[in-house]
Design a protein around this ligand. Structure first.
Ligand SMILES: Cc1cc2nc3c(=O)[nH]c(=O)nc-3n(C[C@H](O)[C@H](O)[C@H](O)COP(=O)(O)OP(=O)(O)OC[C@H]3O[C@@H](n4cnc5c(N)ncnc54)[C@H](O)[C@@H]3O)c2cc1C
Ligand code: SF4
Ligand code: SF4
Ligand code: SF4
Length: 479
C-alpha cells in the first residue's frame, strides 16, 4: 500500500489547482477536498492506496508529465470540418461578440450573460439533463460558492456571474458519476477543462456523463483570502462572512470597473453590507494587480482560453464594447454549439461575428501577465526545485517588457508571502499590511520601473504600435 499518488507529487509541493477531478475519479473514494492553510482547496487522502493504482495522477492536470492542452484539444477538435486554429485561442469554428436579450440574463451575467443563455438553451432543448455550475452559498462558516447541479432555468439563473473564489466540481461529480444515467454540461476554468478531458480519456463514465464542457477564459484565480481581504478593507468582518457577489454592474461606472458586494456580520451581530468597485480603495483591483493571494498553480498555467473546452466565454475587453451592461466574446469549437448559436441566437441574443485575432487582442493584458510572465515563473519554479508541469513556453514569445523579469519575481514572492501572512494575521488588515510592506514596496518599485521603461518596450516591439492602432477607431457595437 502507498499514499495517494497526487498527494506527494502535486499537493505537497503546493502545485494543486484545486480542480477536484482526482476526487471524482478515485475508484476507492479515498480523496476528500478541503481548505489548506493558505485558503486554497486541495484534496487530502483518507486512506492508503493499492500500489498499482494511478487513476488520480492520470487525470490530474498538474503532475509533471501531464501533456499540455494541445494534444487534448487536437484529439477533440482538429478533425472537425471547417475548424481553424489560432496561436493563443487554440481551435475555433466561429467567434462572436454579443449579449443575451433574454430576460435579465445580461444584467445578472458576469459579462453579457451568453453563458447562462446557452446553459438554459441546452436544458430547454433537452440536449442535457442537467447543468453543473457555481452557486453562491449564503450562510456562515462554509464556502461562499460551490458547484451545484441545476435542472431548471431558474436554478441556472441563480448561478450567474463569476466566482473569483476557489470552487471544485469534483465532489459533485463523484455523485454524478454514481447516477445510472444523465448527460450534463459543466462550466469550467481552463485547468478544470484539462482535468476533465484527461478523465474522459481514461474513464468511460466521464465520457458518458459530460456532454459539454463550457470554458471561462481565465487570467488567474485567487485563494479565499482574496474575498476576506476585500471584506476587511471595506470595514467588514472577514471572520464572519455570509455572502459575496462579484461582477456587480453600475451605469455610473465603466464596464471594467465592476463591483464586489460582501456581506458580513460584525462581532455585535449587526450586518455589514459593502459594495466596492474594482478601482475604489479596498476594491478587487488593489489585490488583483500585484497578484496577492494567487495560487502557485495559477502562476504556472499557460491556458488563457480554455483550449480543451467545447466553447469559451469571456469579456469583450475592446474599445467598441464599452457598454456598462457588459458584452461577451465567445469562441465555439463544438459544431452542435455553433448550430445552437446560429439557429436560436437571432431571436434571443445580439451577436456579431468577430475575428479570432481580435478575441486574442481583447485579452492582451491578461495574456501579458499569464503567458508573457511564464518563462520567468518557470525559471523561478525550476530554481526552487518544483516538479513543474509541461508548459508551452514557445507560445509566450512577443510579450516581454523591459523591466518585466524583476516585476515577475517580486509578484511571485508577494503572492507566496501574502497567503502565509494573511493566515498568520487572522484577518487583521493593519497587521497584514505591516507584514507585507517589504513585498508591497518591492512590487510597486518594480512596476514603476516597468512603466518608466515602456518606451524601450515599444521600441523593441514595433508590432505593439500596430496593435494599439487596431484597438482604436472601431465603430460602436450594435445595440
Ligand atoms: C477566476 C476567473 C477568472 C476569469 N478571468 C477572465 C479573464 O481574464 N478575461 C476574461 O475575459 N474573462 C475572464 N473570466 C470569465 C468572465 O468573468 C465571465 O465568466 C465570462 O465572460 C462569462 O460571462 P457571462 O456573462 O456569459 O457569464 P454568466 O452568464 O454570468 O454565467 C457564468 C457561469 O459561469 C459559472 N461560473 C462562475 N464562476 C465559475 C468558476 N469559478 N468556475 C466554474 N464556473 C463558474 C456560473 O455559475 C455561471 O453559470 C474569468 C472568470 C473566472 C471565474
Ligand atoms: S485514485 Fe488510486 S492512488 Fe489515487 S487516491 Fe484513489 S486509490 Fe489512491
Ligand atoms: S486532480 Fe486537481 S485537485 Fe487533484 S491533485 Fe490534481 S490539481 Fe489537485
Ligand atoms: S489561472 Fe490556470 S490554474 Fe489558475 S484558475 Fe485559471 S486556469 Fe486554473
Amino acid at each position: 500500500m502507498k499514499t495517494a499518488a497526487v498527494m506527494a507529487e502535486v499537493v505537497e509541493p503546493g502545485l494543486c489547482c484545486g480542480c477536484g477531478i482526482c476526487v471524482a475519479a478515485c475508484p476507492r473514494g479515498n480523496l476528500v477536498m478541503g481548505w489548506n492553510a493558505i485558503g486554497e482547496l486541495n484534496p487530502h487522502a483518507d486512506d492508503l492506496c493499492p500500489d498499482s493504482c494511478t487513476v488520480c495522477r492520470s487525470v490530474c492536470p498538474y503532475v509533471a508529465d501531464a501533456e499540455t492542452a494541445d494534444p487534448l484539444a487536437a484529439e477533440r477538435f482538429a478533425a472537425i470540418p471547417g475548424v481553424h486554429r489560432s496561436r493563443h485561442l487554440g481551435y475555433y469554428l466561429k467567434c462572436w461578440a454579443g449579449y443575451s436579450k433574454t430576460s435579465n440574463q445580461r444584467a445578472n451575467g458576469a459579462s453579457g450573460g451568453l453563458l447562462t443563455w446557452l446553459l438554459e438553451e441546452l436544458l430547454r432543448t433537452g440536449a442535457v439533463d442537467g447543468v453543473l455550475c457555481v452557486a453562491p452559498t449564503p450562510g456562515r462558516g462554509h464556502s461562499l460558492f460551490q458547484f451545484v447541479a441545476c435542472r431548471t432555468a431558474e436554478e441556472v439563473r441563480r448561478c450567474s456571474r463569476s466566482a473569483y473564489y476557489p470552487v471544485e466540481p469534483g465532489t459533485l461529480l463523484r455523485e454524478i458519476m454514481k447516477l445510472p444515467d444523465g448527460r450534463y454540461a459543466i462550466t469550467a476554468l481552463p485547468c478544470v477543462c484539462k482535468a476533465l478531458r484527461r478523465a474522459q480519456r481514461r474513464l468511460p463514465r466521464f465520457r458518458e456523463r459530460i456532454a459539454y464542457v463550457l470554458g471561462l477564459a481565465c487570467g488567474k484565480n485567487n485563494s479565499c483570502f482574496h474575498v476576506e481581504a476585500i471584506c476587511a478593507a471595506t470595514g467588514g468582518n472577514p471572520q464572519q462572512m455570509e455572502k459575496a457577489v462579484f461582477r456587480v454592474k453600475s451605469a455610473r461606472h465603466a464596464v471594467a470597473d465592476f463591483a464586489a458586494r460582501i456581506v458580513s456580520r460584525a462581532p455585535d451581530g449587526t450586518e455589514v453590507d459593502r459594495t466596492v468597485h474594482w478601482h475604489e480603495p479596498g476594491g478587487q483591483g488593489i489585490w488583483w494587480g500585484p497578484r496577492y493571494f494567487t495560487p502557485l498553480a495559477c502562476d504556472l498555467c499557460d491556458d488563457m482560453f480554455a483550449e480543451c473546452a467545447d466553447a469559451v466565454f469571456m469579456d469583450a475587453w475592446l474599445p467598441e464594447y464599452k457598454d456598462w451592461e457588459g458584452t461577451n466574446l465567445v469562441a465555439v469549437r463544438h459544431p452542435k454549439l455553433r448550430d445552437v448559436f446560429e439557429d436560436a441566437a437571432a431571436d434571443f441574443c445580439q451577436l456579431r461575428p468577430i475575428a479570432a485575432r481580435r478575441v486574442e487582442l481583447s485579452q492582451r493584458t491578461a495574456l501579458t501577465s499569464k503567458r508573457g510572465s511564464l518563462p520567468e515563473r518557470a525559471r523561478i519554479a525550476k530554481q526552487a526545485g518544483l516538479p513543474v508541469v509541461s508548459l508551452r513556453l514557445e507560445t509566450c514569445k512577443g510579450f516581454c517588457r523591459a523591466g518585466g523579469r524583476r516585476l515577475v519575481r517580486t509578484q511571485w514572492a508577494l503572492a507566496r508571502a501574502s497567503g502565509r501572512r494573511w493566515a498568520e494575521c487572522a484577518g487583521d488588515l493593519e497587521k497584514f499590511r505591516t507584514a507585507m510592506r517589504p513585498w508591497a514596496s518591492a512590487e510597486a518599485a518594480a512596476k514603476r520601473r516597468c512603466r518608466s521603461l515602456r518606451w524601450l518596450t515599444l521600441l523593441l516591439h514595433p508590432e505593439r504600435w500596430l496593435e494599439t492602432l487596431c484597438r482604436i477607431g472601431r465603430r460602436p457595437a450594435p445595440r
